[in-house]
Design a protein around this ligand. Structure first.
Ligand SMILES: [Zn+2]
Length: 217
């Protein structure tokens, strides 16, 4: 749990997650942002204008729940309000990741939510990734567009923009981004070979029963 991690450890982990996003091609140039909740409730977040592949711990900024800078010399990401809203909506969220993975962003531009019902793993971990309607960057519209999904999902696409994931800690939020992009990439490929095929309703119900997963609300 994030509560158990000290600030130095979380700073190092944010940098590792940034490196992983960059190495996997999920952020281009200075795109994307990462945040984590500190034990005192303030939020550690990546600064604006920096490649997430080359972060160092001292670059990170700490902001309060209102977005005001508490510690750090760099300006926080302009999208930090989107992160803050996710924490406000669900106290169990310990980390938020925003990226522009190529395949997922293609679906976001098309305006098509992702459906993960082609493989048992996806049925269990991420059966659907909803689409948050387009909102102008850095306005209050952006937090408003993602808020409805926070309590029921771990990820959403941002229309004409990219993707947002969250979880109890940084690794879970990051892995949600990996799974989201994998679903988008796989969907693209199976469509290209004319092979898109969901599991049958019976098979999906069986997987949900065995793994104790409730059907999506
Ligand atoms: Zn973005």
């Amino acid at each position: 749990m994030a509560e158990d991690r000290d600030e130095a450890g979380l700073r190092a982990e944010v940098c590792q997650i940034g490196r992983a996003l960059w190495q996997r091609g999920m952020v281009a140039a200075n795109d994307g942002n990462i945040s984590a909740r500190l034990p005192d409730g303030t939020i550690l977040c990546t600064p604006t204008g920096v490649s997430k592949g080359f972060l160092t711990p001292e670059m990170l900024t700490v902001v309060g729940r209102d977005g005001a800078v508490v510690r750090g010399s760099r300006r926080p990401s302009t999208e930090v309000r989107m992160h803050l809203r996710v924490y406000a909506e669900d106290p169990a969220v310990g980390a938020v990741v925003h990226a522009h993975p190529v395949h997922a962003t293609a679906f976001a531009i098309k305006g098509e939510p992702l459906v993960g019902l082609m493989m048992p793993e996806s049925v269990v971990a991420m059966p659907e990734v909803p689409l948050a309607p387009y909102a102008t960057p850095s306005t209050h519209e952006v937090p408003d567009s993602v808020a409805p999904f926070v309590g029921t999902h771990t990820a959403c696409l941002l229309e004409h923009h990219g993707a947002l994931t969250w979880g109890p800690d940084l690794m879970m939020a990051y892995l949600a981004m990996e799974r989201l992009e994998y679903t988008a990439q796989l969907t693209t490929i199976v469509r290209a070979i004319g092979g898109e095929r969901g599991l049958s309703t019976d098979r999906i119900a069986e997987v949900r029963r065995i793994f104790g997963i409730a059907a999506p609300r």
